[in-house]
Design a protein around this ligand. Structure first.
Ligand code: HSE
Length: 302
């Protein structure tokens, strides 16, 4: 039996649309073994839906893709334990894809190289910003050239903590992407490019003094916030309690705030209160950055 553990991720971080991503200390764990029929046991976040049917389960779909690519038609048993809220902008689909591909690849004795697994994951997900940090951990910046995925990983300072506030409603990525413009004017492009580069360099240099401005995406969040009641107030509440910078997490609806560890609970509480004032129930998570990425725990001999 092979066990794989994959972290949640927060994409974009404001201006780094489809590029920047951060791995977080919430996990999807998958055990895989050969079986005479496809079986899925699913517990934790999202287990109450019917995603335990193999053909609807993304972990299984990804595992099956590797098994078929390797030329087999074998069945597997998957035991899934998920901590990542689903459909909330925390990379649950990327984690499922990465877990399924990695687990099946390990079970088959690694017929695919890591770059092939990464490229397959990005192809299944459609963009690299969640998949890459889910594999590699830390803060990553990714680019795709001719279907090949390139990335750089930046280790973030330990003193920085992350608050994620998760509203109770789901916002499918497809809906959140449907309001995005087909074309962007030059000024807006330059503005986001300046901010994305400034953000990466600030985090790398441990200079948090202008994170707030650097995370102020001028293109996507202003269009997406129509789906998130209380969005501006939640961002403001976080900053009022000392958050260093805030952003919509991926396609939303969760909101991310960077802050020091000692401020996490206060920031989370203020953000939840702001959501509550807008009539939205939410959950607050005080998290650390995950620097390990996907871990393979083999030979558990259960
Ligand atoms: N970069 C993606 C988006 C992340 O913002 O739509 C969501 O999966």
């Amino acid at each position: 039996m092979i066990r794989v553990r994959v972290p949640a991720t927060s994409a974009n971080l404001g201006p780094g649309f489809d590029t920047l991503g951060l791995a977080l200390s919430l996990y999807l764990q998958v055990d895989i073994e050969w079986s005479d029929q496809n079986i899925i046991e699913f517990a934790g976040e999202g287990a109450q839906g019917n995603k335990s049917l193999p053909e609807r389960n993304l972990v299984w779909q990804a595992a099956d893709r590797v098994i078929q690519t390797a030329g087999h038609r074998w069945a597997v048993k998957l035991r899934i334990y998920n901590e990542i809220p689903m459909g909330k902008g925390l990379g649950s689909s990327a984690a499922a894809i990465v877990a399924g591909l990695t687990a099946a690849n390990e079970l088959l004795g690694k017929p695919l190289h890591q770059e092939q697994v990464l490229a397959l994951a990005v192809e299944m997900e459609g963009h690299p910003d969640n998949v890459v940090p889910a594999f590699m951990g830390g803060l990553t910046t990714a680019m795709v050239d001719n279907k090949q995925v390139y990335y750089q990983k930046v280790r973030l300072p330990d003193e920085i903590g992350v608050v994620i506030v998760v509203p109770e409603f789901e916002l499918p990525t497809g809906i959140s992407r449907s309001v995005l413009p087909q074309q962007i004017d030059l000024n807006a492009t330059v503005s986001n490019l300046q901010r994305a580069c400034f953000l990466l360099a600030s985090l790398h240099n441990r200079d948090f003094s202008n994170l707030d401005k650097a995370m102020d995406d001028q293109i996507y969040q202003p269009l997406r916030k129509q789906f998130i009641p209380g969005f501006d107030q939640v961002m403001k509440a976080a900053k009022s309690q000392g958050a260093l910078g805030t952003a919509l997490s991926g396609a939303g609806p969760s909101i991310l705030a960077f802050c020091t560890a000692s401020e996490q609970n206060r920031v989370a509480q203020a953000m939840q209160e702001a959501f509550s004032a807008a009539g939205v129930r939410s959950r607050g998570f005080s998290l650390q950055i995950d620097n390990k990425g996907t871990e393979i725990l083999t030979d558990l001999n259960e």
